[in-house]
Ligand binder design. Sequence first.
Ligand code: COA
Ligand code: AMP
Length: 626
Amino acid sequence: MSEAYQQAWQASTANPEAFWAGAARAIDWFTPPTRTWDEGGGWFADGVLNTCHNALDRHVADGRGDQVALIYDSPATDARAEWTYAALLDEVGRVAAMLASLGVGKGDRVVIYMPMVPETAFAMLACARLGAIHSVVFGGFAAHELAKRIDDATPKVLLTASCGIEGKRVIAYKPLVDEALDSAAHKVERAVVLQRPQVPAAIQSPRDLDWQDLRAATAADPVPACEPVAAGHPLYILYTSGTTGVPKGVVRDNGGHAVALSWSMKHIYGIEPGDPWWAASDVGWVVGHSYIVYGPLIAGATTVLFEGKPVGTPDPGTYWRVMTRNGAKGFFTAPTAIRAIRKEDPDATLLHQIGTGACRAIFLAGERADPDTIGWLEEHSGLPVIDHWWQTELGWPAIASCFGLGDVRRRRGSCGFPVPGYAFAILGDDGKPVPDGQSGAVAIKAPLAPGTFATLWNNPAGFAKNFASFPGWYETGDAGHFDPDGFLNIMGRTDDIINVAGHRLSTGQMEQIVARQDGVAECAVIGADDPVKGMIPVAFVVPRAGFDADETLHDRVIAAVRADLGAVAALKTAFVVPLLPKTRSGKILRNLLRKIFNGEDWTMPATIEDPSVPELIVQAVKEGVS
Ligand code: COA
Ligand code: AMP
């Protein structure tokens, strides 16, 4: 263990206030906080700052204006462009002026439904500049999901693009956005559309504005100043899958977020001002918010915004090419991406040809990293591969080996150790810690560190629920254990959330969609193992009387999930079965379904209502009956 890690963790738990007050000095405050934590006000309650100022203006003022801040690297479109801090500030200023001209100001919400283009980052930072609250919605979600988020966040303005590029396919966004805007109860005043040459969109409704037209019309407007906001003022709302099927609007504040991200870039990832850094995620996810946009810019680093896929754009060498040509010193991706690369390039021929350049460590998160994948990547890259763990709710890593603090301890299958600022316990059902080695609910001591969620948008009761099962602790929803050497192992969720290709989804939500379809009596959706995506959803559907011979049921169910939730749900497998295995009290035995589908050994549950059902499921899976 590194002494620096040991000292930092102890300092952060022995005296969190002193620890975080020290970290807060890395941030520019208009009014420095005099209080670090207070129960009613949260972190840095009386501090006043602006996140955009911390990400851009201050670096320019400090002489970093000519340093590259943002690199857009798009193997999907064969484009690459760079913005210095000064140029990025100009662009963000222009978008802030555009938004201001539409009446967007402090506290207003702006929904951003955009692909991985630089304008998406400009838009996020422009909102931050105005003190507006952005809510980025991942492009893989369908119109219905976008509409739900519009109704919850009630934005004044929506920003979108004419299309997204998914590997080799071009996906028109505008029809989907129109459907969402038309079906949402909340009426957005303006939708601003960035035209991309691959598929321009029709600008017909008086509600719609062309991005470039608006930019030209506001070109002479002054750049809005950075709006001073209280530390607790929301920076963004990011919706994530909850267990109820209703998306949870995670609210991130400005102050704690800036402090935590600044601390994490240096101490977890080892990134210093001026260092190139690349997180291969999407801005629609928390990784994109924290480590494509805000973290590296607040730290004064150079961030890479990548538009492409690990494979197919154009080949499984893309990651290594982008990493080397941009000189990334650190790289972050999801294990699923590595599995996808390995599948197409099992001997890592392209990795050996291209190399990893200046990269010093590869960080994986978003889903369980299987030891085999880590081993493959370490062997072929020659770099430490650091699995680490966090969640949308937390906003930054909570379990890791803090590379920046000199800690490179790794054990395949484990995510490492509690990050400074976080104290963990593994709790049993009775709320008491279980002995080391034993599995239980993974809980984090409250109050949570700066940068973690402040509340849930429109749902303070839902927020409080996360702290209700184990008073004094935040229930992560994950199960896991400490091994005898203190490594934390995360084994899976305790609820219905699954991670499909690193994307967080709720099987409960899919069940609700499937159950609504004509002819469905009941259903279960499980998360099954998948060699590339880690997990995939699989549906088991019992037809209602009269629908047993309905050959459309299988396809309708799959199409409905895609239409309602989005392509990202990736529900491609469904079985129409006569019955579901249930306990005598009527609970569906989803674990049994999962084991049968995975081809794992299973035993007849003692509580099963009808012991003939599992065999029916085995048969259905074997025959691929649909
Ligand atoms: N806009 C529109 N559609 C999208 C989308 C987006 N932003 N992202 C994904 N989709 C679509 C895909 O095109 C695909 O559609 P299809 O069923 O018509 O083929 C579907 O949603 C599922 O996408 P995905 O799960 O990404 O599967 P894939 O087979 O296209 O790619 C991987 C598999 C592993 C290559 C890809 O998921 C990947 O790169 N994962 C990395 C994940 C990641 O970075 N996660 C962030 C957390 S760290
Ligand atoms: P998200 O909110 O999308 O980041 O998903 C968070 C969930 O993903 C966690 O609660 C875990 O279940 C899972 N997860 C994230 N990182 C890891 C990891 N390194 N190992 C295992 N599971 C992970």
